[in-house]
Design a protein around this ligand. Structure first.
Ligand code: FMN
Length: 263
């Protein structure tokens, strides 16, 4: 369910910096749970703006975290992008706590955006269950693939994940044996089958060792910088070909110096 709100209503939800409004604002996070922390986050930050598009790309973040009240990483990542124009955050566990996904709504959201982000913590080398359910139901034959299933063709797709494991763990000699690229193959191939371009993933590794202050803050700032650059087409797309992760030396792929991330 989408709700349109006027600027005054939006302020009532705690938005602090509202850009000049030239088009309808879409408020997309709803509270259907009693999760107090989730509600607090929503009131503080989980607002998304779809204003008149002056940017080339509209970004849809499909956010899947089943226990946001315990999150140290993803809550900061999602907070860091919450006020970006042209970025819509679709909080799946907030929207569908009973797993009853509104397929038509989700498909319309996909149609309305140019870049799709699957943001989640890495759980058992994959995503939390609701994102898999979303893929199973929303990426229908005839919509996302198969005969006349061309709705997603040409869009870009990004996985944005956090892992408890360190980079060293994700190699042949490490305790996870497989690389992140190998483990994300089902996501990459799902995007590919749907005609999307799957970008190298944004990965926050070693989450248990990151301190709450600047270390997580830097990752969150990088995520914001990346989404701004993707939205504004300020990415050296050719340079992505050699990468296994999009946020390694992020500044090297940005075209706009003023949005360069922390050192
Ligand atoms: C059910 C579950 C499964 C997990 N599986 C993995 C895994 O396969 N690989 C890994 O590196 N970390 C794994 N972790 C650690 C999480 O990825 C890590 O705690 C999370 O990315 C931290 O983000 P958050 O603070 O937003 O929750 C798992 C954690 C849980 C609760």
């Amino acid at each position: 369910m989408l709700q349109s709100l006027d600027p005054g209503s939006l302020l009532a939800f705690g938005a602090t910096a509202i850009p000049p409004l030239t088009a309808q604002i879409v408020y997309i996070c709803h509270s259907k749970t009693d999760d107090g922390l989730r509600l607090a986050l929503r009131q503080g930050h989980l607002l998304s703006f779809s204003t008149a598009m002056t940017s080339p790309n509209r970004i849809l973040v499909l956010f899947a975290h089943p226990a946001l009240h315990k999150s140290r990483i993803n809550r900061q990542l999602v907070s860091a992008i919450a006020d970006l124009e042209g970025v819509t955050i679709n909080d799946l566990y907030e929207e569908y706590p009973d797993f009853h996904i509104d397929v038509k709504r989700e498909q319309q959201l996909l149609v309305d955006h140019d870049i799709v982000v699957w943001q989640h913590p890495f759980y058992w080398y994959s995503s939390p269950a609701l994102l898999k359910e979303w893929q199973d139901l929303v990426l229908e034959y005839g919509f996302a693939y198969g005969h006349q299933g061309t709705a997603l063709h040409g869009k870009k797709c990004l996985s944005a994940i956090s892992t408890g494991g360190t980079p060293d763990a994700y190699r042949r000699e490490g305790y996870n044996y497989y690389t992140i690229t190998e483990l994300l193959a089902p996501f990459a191939q799902t995007a590919r089958l749907c005609g999307m371009v799957y970008l190298p993933p944004f990965v926050v590794h070693g989450t248990h060792q990151l301190s709450d202050g600047p270390e997580i803050g830097d990752r969150a700032q990088d995520y914001r910088t990346l989404l701004q650059a993707l939205r504004d087409d300020q990415i050296n797309w050719a340079a992505l070909a050699d990468r296994t992760q999009i946020n390694q030396d992020l500044s090297q792929i940005l075209l706009t110096p003023e949005v360069a991330p922390h050192a």
